[in-house]
Design a protein around this ligand. Structure first.
Ligand code: HEC
Length: 186
């Protein structure tokens, strides 16, 4: 058993070595944080701005009190968004915090309290059939991607196969759609 395992490790090591120490690993074998995911997240951010779902005059819901790991106060909206040739629903949750944060202060001046934006975007069928084809991203208020403690950017199938992270936690949402706030079927 041990022999088999170390042989496998050597084979895997050779395969990685052959393509530049894993740097050029295919995106499909990298669930999140790779170039394709990061670029896609950039396109998605622009598409959300164009759709009026982000920015100073963005549509917003009535702010509500949040729970960990999302912010102290949140607002969540959703709507169809086009990225490249694909049209899918985007659920955008803005996470607010800071001194004097409250549902009232956020309603009055959302921009002053915005800390992060977490997005679920329904991609084309087959993108991640294990997880309802959701693309996950966590941006800071300025649109740059947030990172996990290992320095990986939070965009793509975050963190598929890991015990914690967007996918692991959202799997517990009722209705097997990975959405907590309501059930949705594509
Ligand atoms: C530890 C559990 C947990 C983790 C990790 C988590 N979420 Fe959530 N998320 C929730 C809960 C609970 C809700 C519903 C309550 C609310 O609105 O905060 C929610 C709501 C959302 C919503 C609104 C749609 C819905 O499901 O109701 C979005 C979008 C979202 N999360 C994105 C993300 C992204 C992107 C990540 C990873 C960067 C993430 N979440 C990580 C628990 C989690």
């Amino acid at each position: 058993m041990r022999l088999v395992r170390s042989t496998l490790l050597i084979v895997a090591g050779l395969a990685l070595g052959a393509c530049g120490g894993g740097k050029m690993m295919a995106e499909s074998s990298m669930p999140f944080g790779g170039n394709d995911s990061v670029q896609y997240a950039g396109q998605l951010w622009k598409a959300l701005q164009a759709a009026g779902m982000l920015g100073d005059n963005a549509v917003m819901s009535k702010p509500y009190k949040g729970q960990h790991p999302h912010g102290a106060v949140l607002d969540t909206i959703e709507g169809p968004v086009k990225v490249g040739g694909h049209r899918g629903v985007a659920i955008v949750k803005r996470n607010y915090g800071g001194d004097n944060v409250s549902t009232a202060s956020v309603a009055t001046n959302p921009g002053a309290f915005l800390k992060a934006v977490t997005v679920m975007y329904k991609r084309e069928r087959g993108y991640d059939s294990d997880n309802n084809d959701w693309f996950w991203a966590k941006y800071l208020a300025d649109g740059t991607l947030d990172k996990n403690p290992a320095g990986m950017q939070l965009a793509g199938r975050v963190a598929k196969g890991k015990p914690a992270g967007c996918i692991a936690c959202h799997k517990a949402a009722p209705g097997s759609d990975m959405v907590f706030n309501h059930d949705r079927h594509r």
